[in-house]
Ligand binder design. Sequence first.
Ligand SMILES: [Zn+2]
Length: 262
Amino acid sequence: MGNSLRADLRPLTSKLALLWPVAIGLWPVGCTKDLDLIQDPPRAVARTTTGPWASMIYLARTDSGLVAIDLGWTGAEGVLEESAGDLGGLPSDVRYVFLTHAHRDHIAGWPLVRQARFVLGAAEIPGFVGDTGYLGWATRMSDGLNDYPHPSRDRVSIVGIGADTAVVLGRDTVFAFPIPGHTAGSMAYLFRGILFGGDAFNWRPGSGFQGARPEFSDSVAQSRESLRLLWDRLPAARVRVICTSHGKCAMADSVLRAQLLR
Ligand SMILES: [Zn+2]
C-alpha cells in the first residue's frame, strides 16, 4: 500500500510543481497590452508594478486632486512616486483611491497614500483590512505563504459601495458598479470612457481576453453573471476602452464584451 501511495503521489507532485509558477504569480505575462490607449499625460498615466505579474496603477489629476485606481504590488511605492510626479504631484496628494478589489497584488501601495479616501466594494472591506481571506485556491496558497500589510479600519478612511454609484470629482465622474464574483466585493469603474474591471477581466497570450480565472476567483460563475448584468446596464457608447487590472487594454466593442463572458 505504501508503494502504491507513493506512485500515486509522484504525478500529483509533478502537476503541483507545474502549477506552482501560476500560484506564486510567475506566469510569463509581465508585458502590458495597448496601455497607450489610456495614457493621457499630464492628466493621467498608467504604469504596472515590477515582476512578471504586472499589476496596474492608474493615476489621474481631477478638479478634486489626484485619484488612483488600484495600488499594484511589488514596487508600488516607486510607481506611485513616478506617476504622481508626471501629474505634477506627490503620492501624499492622492485624495481618492478606487480599488477594483483587495487581492494582495492590487493594494500594496496603500501605506504611501494612507491619507486618501479608499473607495471599494462594501463586501471587499473585510479582505482589505485582513479580517477574512479569499476562496480561489491559488490566492489562498499565495496568501498562506506569507502575510502582507493591511490597513486598519480606524487608521484609514474607507468608503464601501454596495450599489451602482456615481462619484463626482469636479468635471469628472467615476461610475462605480459592483461586479461580485472574482471576489465578493469586486468593482468595475468607468472613468473618462475607460472601464477598469479588475480581475473580472483577463488576458493571456494565445487565449486573449476572457473573464475571471478560476484559480484566483471566489466564483467564476458569479463573475460571468455580474458581467452579463453590467453589459445590460452599461450603454456601449459610454465605454471607449476596457482594461484588466494587469495592464491589458483594448478598444471596447461587442466582440470584446462577448469574449469577457467566456
Ligand atoms: Zn484578483
